[in-house]
Design a protein around this ligand. Structure first.
Ligand code: COI
Length: 356
């Protein structure tokens, strides 16, 4: 049966796959909920969209995304709140960032109200797929790709915008060991680092693989010019506790404006934890690790939430991070606060949860 909304149709699945899923053993990103949203852009406008059963698309081999890489995405999460309701966490920030990425990649923006309506309806339809166990949530992946069949280099004139969802467990199982990257770069000034563009992730794979071969889990990226100032850690924003101060690199055109980063900084300020948003050099990090002033290091991101860094490799020397496993760490305090808000267990003073 097909239902309609103001700008999309809804075709529900005839057979839900939910009974095949073991919600107590969720990996990250391998299981997909029953429905997805799909809407195409052509003739200069978004066409009528559709919520339909999750499944593959058919595409021309000449689709421009396969050749010139116009592809952007977002990551956001829905949680079960204590009273059984489902809430999205700060979806407006993800939608705004998606459109910022679209602008940078010469792609059409998706009107915010239309994006939000499609998202809310999709989550509502698949709300039984939102897990309730600690560390699990429904990860939502909106994305856009260039679909014009054309081999010349220019911006595509056709696009597909889609949203699908995965019930997920933790992205990282425990702490991570990171290597300071001094040779390869994730992003350059004037480049696309601030956009959630697929190509940024493609370029990070090879240096990450080299780091894994050396026994690390992830990289701590440094700036493209000096390879000295800390930028991001893997797919996360980076944070440190130095002399009791929460220090995080300022966002720029090479650093993604993380929603979790923004939330963690706000919560730290609410908890009267001193915060400094500034450049942080590897020289300062190394001497802080040697002297014991750097007590904590962690990555923050939607997928990873708050992931403690237990060891940092700088120019071949591995430095342990003192409080990576401490229950009283600032990282853990912030995690409890953030998680409590998202799951409806602590007061949401900032109105971040958007109930569906
Ligand atoms: C997210 O935190 O949503 C990310 O973008 C990480 C993802 C690449 C798994």
């Amino acid at each position: 049966m097909i239902e309609t909304s103001s700008f999309f149709d809804i075709q529900k699945t005839e057979t839900s796959r939910i009974s095949q899923v073991d919600f107590t053993k969720l990996d990250f990103g391998r299981v997909f909920s029953d429905h997805m949203f799909l809407m195409e852009f052509e003739d200069g406008a978004w066409q009528r969209g559709k919520i339909e059963p999750y499944g593959p698309f058919t595409m021309s081999p000449a689709s421009m995304v396969f050749h010139y890489g116009q592809a952007i995405f977002e990551g956001m999460k829905a949680y079960k709140t204590g009273n059984g309701e489902v809430s999205l966490f700060r979806p407006g920030m993800n939608i705004a960032r998606f459109n910022k990425s679209a602008h940078r990649m010469c792609m059409p923006e998706v009107p915010e109200d239309l994006f939000m309506e499609a998202l809310a309806k999709l989550v509502d339809l698949d709300k039984d797929w939102v897990p309730s166990d600690a560390e699990s949530s429904l990860y939502i992946r909106p994305f856009m790709i260039a679909t014009d069949s054309y081999v010349g280099v220019r911006a595509s004139e056709k696009y597909a915008f889609s949203i699908f969802m995965c019930p997920v467990g933790a992205y990282y199982k425990g702490n991570v060991r990171v290597k300071v990257e001094r040779k390869y770069t994730r992003a350059t000034p004037g480049g696309t680092g601030y956009a959630k563009a697929a190509g940024n992730y493609a370029g990070s794979l090879y240096p990450s693989k080299l780091a894994r071969e050396e026994g690390y889990d992830q990289l701590l990226w440094t700036d493209a010019i000096h390879h000295e100032y800390i930028e991001e850690s893997g797919t996360m924003n980076a944070m440190f506790v130095i002399d009791g101060v929460l220090v995080s690199p300022a966002t720029s055109d090479t650093i993604l404006e993380g929603v979790t980063r923004d939330s963690v900084i706000q919560l730290a300020q609410d908890l009267q934890i001193p915060v400094e948003i500034r450049r942080l050099s590897i020289t300062e990090l190394r001497s802080g690790l040697e002297s014991g002033k750097v007590k904590e290091a962690f990555g923050v991101g939607t997928a990873a939430t708050i992931t403690p860094i237990s060891e940092i490799g700088i120019d071949g020397i591995n430095y342990p991070v003192a409080h990576a496993d401490s229950a009283n760490s600032i990282a853990n305090t912030l995690l409890q606060e953030l998680d409590g808000i998202r799951r409806g267990k602590r007061e949401d003073h900032h109105g971040w949860n958007i109930p569906i």
